[in-house]
Structure formats: C-alpha cells, structure tokens
Design a protein around this ligand. Structure first.
Ligand SMILES: O=C(CO)[C@@H](O)[C@H](O)[C@H](O)[C@H](O)COP(=O)(O)O
Ligand SMILES: [Zn+2]
Length: 194
C-alpha cells in the first residue's frame, strides 16, 4: 500500500530544499532588482502560472497592487490568470497554449517585467508568453524547478529551485516573492514620479 509522507517528513524536505535554495541568493536579488527598477521607471509587473502556480502569480501581483507589510502607494501589476473572460475567450478561440501569450501582446509594454511561474518549466502557455515577451522588449523572469525544462535558458533571469517535488518548489517560490516585496516595500515611492 502506498504511504503519504507525514507532515514532519514534508517539513524536513522543505527545510532541505530551502537550505539548498540559499545558493540562489544572487539570482533572486538580481531578478528582484529588475522588478524594482522596472517599477521605478513607471513600467509594470506581469505574472502568470497554472494550478498552484496560478495562485502564486496572483499572490505576487496582489501584494504590489494591494500591500505587503508597509504603507506605500499601490504599484502596477497584472496577473494574466486572473481574468477568466480573457482566458476562456483566448483558450476557446486560439487554444490553451496561447492564453498568456495573447495577454502579453495586448497589455505588455517594453520595460515591463513578466514573471512566469512553472515548476516543470514545461507549460507551453508559459513558454509562449516568455517568447512573446522577449520579442516585445519585456524583461522575463522564470521561476522554476526540477531540471528547468523547456524554459531553461530562455529568459533574462531564471531561478530554478533544486527539487523535483512540485509542492516544495511552489513553497520556495512563495519565499522568493515575499523577499522581492521586502525591497519594494522599503523604496520611497513618494519621491518617484510614476
Ligand atoms: O499545485 C499543484 C501541485 O502542488 C498543481 O495544481 C500544479 O500547479 C499543476 O499540476 C500545474 O499544471 C503544474 O504546472 P507547472 O508548474 O509544471 O507549470
Ligand atoms: Zn499545490
């Protein structure tokens, strides 16, 4: 009979993945700086993901438009998996692989940043969004895991969590997006004209 991991085993696995992810500090910082710089220039953040990663993509965008910890102005971010009407139209008329790419085309501007969350690196709708963004002068950040999949080497920034467990990868992605918010929060947005 198959046995699921205990809570304690999952916690220990997460601790191991978190410790190994410490080696990604430089990549995390560089990607966070790219987001901060883009926002300071009056550009916006775009995010997308599937399944649990759709929730992560929503989480990151929400904390810019809404808030993280500190009082500051709302910042521009759009999560492409939030708009059910766009997703169902594009999915129905062009196919699921295009649901994010089309929104990049419609809403993205040069200088914006696209963060694509895909634990496998193999979701075709994220790959096509990255390709469209690159062609449009949008900075691309790949938040991935496992062996990086098809997205490996495609983006301006890539952060590949050293784990083959989807859930653990997603959990570390949450730590990273909160880390990015730390820098964004302490920026003095009142003196930046956006
Ligand atoms: O949340 C989970 C697993 O933790 C699932 O919903 C998972 O996100 C889905 O299977 C996704 O379709 C996986 O896509 P991806 O991370 O490989 O791009
Ligand atoms: Zn999940």
């Amino acid at each position: 009979m198959k046995k699921s991991p205990t809570f304690g085993q999952s916690i220990l696995e997460l601790i191991d993945v978190l410790s190994a992810s410490n080696a990604l500090e430089e990549q995390v910082k560089r990607a966070g700086d790219a987001i901060l710089q883009s926002l300071q220039q009056g550009c916006k953040l775009l995010t997308c993901g599937n399944g649990g990663s759709a929730a992560d993509a929503l989480h990151l965008a929400e904390e810019l438009v809404g808030r993280y910890k500190m009082e500051r102005r709302g910042l521009p971010a759009i999560c492409f998996n939030a708009d059910v009407t766009a997703i169902t139209c594009i999915g129905n008329d062009y196919g699921y692989d295009h649901i994010f790419e089309r929104q990049v085309e419609a809403l993205g501007k040069p200088g914006d940043v696209l963060v694509g969350f895909t634990t496998s690196g193999n979701s075709p709708n994220i790959i096509s969004a990255f390709n469209r963004a690159k062609a449009a002068g949008i900075i691309t950040i790949f938040l991935g895991g496992k062996d990086g999949g098809a997205a490996k080497g495609l983006c301006d920034h890539e952060i590949i969590i050293p784990s083959f467990t989807t859930a653990r990868i997603q959990e570390v992605h949450t730590v990273i997006l909160h880390q990015w918010l730390e820098e964004i929060d302490i920026t003095d947005w009142n003196n930046i004209k956006i």
